[in-house]
Design a protein around this ligand. Structure first.
Ligand SMILES: C[S@@+](CC[C@H](N)C(=O)[O-])C[C@H]1O[C@@H](n2cnc3c(N)ncnc32)[C@H](O)[C@@H]1O
Length: 278
């Protein structure tokens, strides 16, 4: 009998979806991320993962954006071995073990209390891995995290679940607390009716339940927009998943569709990684 998650809310359940996407990627003949630990963790949880109906494109995209964020964290921690890494909406993702970076780096994983409780029960303990069981809309999440060291913050699959005001407050709090560093996250460009409709059509029940969030968030086309929300942020990278070399690992039909999407700027923006320094 696995760990019971029947009390998870649809929002908390989204952590299981990305976990399973990584598990499925690790079983592919040519994995993009190759996180076989995700498979071990999924197996320890009593949940109908196959009922999520995860399709190949979602598996590949989730694995690729995680790999791209890993690469940016690796770069940052190589340059700053005394860094602090903060994973916002970390879910059950264990980037710290995957990257195996400098032993002097501390990792803080912030997520809702129920998700953190599950995380702490399924991940191997590491004295430099720290859990923060708080909502990111509650400013106290920052209290336990050192502010003076170079800080790399990532948000992988989080921002779709916050409205614009919550995102703006989050960005301002980050630079209000940490002295210097970088913030990298995945982004969906401008969220119009097509994106909202697509989320409503998604087979995953949890996305139907949380899709109301997107009615309060129009997204943005211009990657400089967060600089307006918070002038301490400076855009240093905008890159589309469609242009990543790992797309060559996608199955043929998806690789071709992704190459095509990569030639159309509005499509390429639908899956991008943005990185800011402060
Ligand atoms: C799609 S999952 C992604 C999880 C993880 N980053 C990954 O890649 O597997 C979104 C995560 O954001 C978390 N989340 C959503 N709203 C949050 C909030 N207000 N505060 C903290 N975490 C939140 C959810 O609990 C969930 O774990």
């Amino acid at each position: 009998m696995g760990i019971d998650v029947s009390r998870f809310t649809p929002l908390e359940e989204t952590a299981l979806l990305t976990l399973y996407a990584r598990a499925l990627d690790s079983r592919l003949p040519r994995p993009i991320l190759g996180d076989s630990d995700a498979d071990r963790i999924a197996a320890s949880i009593d949940y109908d993962f196959t009922g999520l109906g995860l399709v190949t494109s979602v598996v590949c995209q989730a694995a690729l954006r995680t790999k791209m964020l890993d690469d940016r964290v690796r770069m940052f921690t190589a340059a700053h071995p005394n860094a602090v890494v903060v994973d916002l909406g970390a879910g059950l993702d264990d980037g710290m073990s995957r990257l195996d970076g400098p032993p002097t780096v501390d990792w803080y994983s912030v997520d809702l209390p129920a998700v953190i409780a599950l995380r702490d029960s399924v991940l191997h303990g590491n004295p430099r891995a720290h859990s923060v069981p708080r909502s990111l809309t509650d400013e106290r999440w920052l209290e336990a995290i050192p502010a003076e060291r170079p800080t790399m913050l990532i948000a992988n699959g989080l921002l779709a679940f916050l409205n614009e005001q919550e995102i703006v407050s989050l960005l301002r709090r980050v630079t209000g607390h940490f002295r210097s560093g970088e913030l990298a996250f995945n982004d969906y460009g401008r969220i119009g009716w097509v994106s909202r409709f697509a989320v409503k059509l998604a087979p995953q029940r949890m996305f139907k339940a949380v899709s109301g969030q997107w009615s309060g968030y129009p997204g943005f086309k211009d990657a400089h927009r967060p600089e307006v929300w918070n002038p301490r942020l400076q855009l240093i990278e905008e890159t589309s998943l469609a242009h990543a070399p790992e797309v060559e690992l996608f199955p043929t039909w998806l690789r071709m569709a992704t190459h095509l999407a990569g030639r159309i700027p509005s499509m390429a923006r639908k899956a991008r990684i943005l990185r800011y320094s402060f």
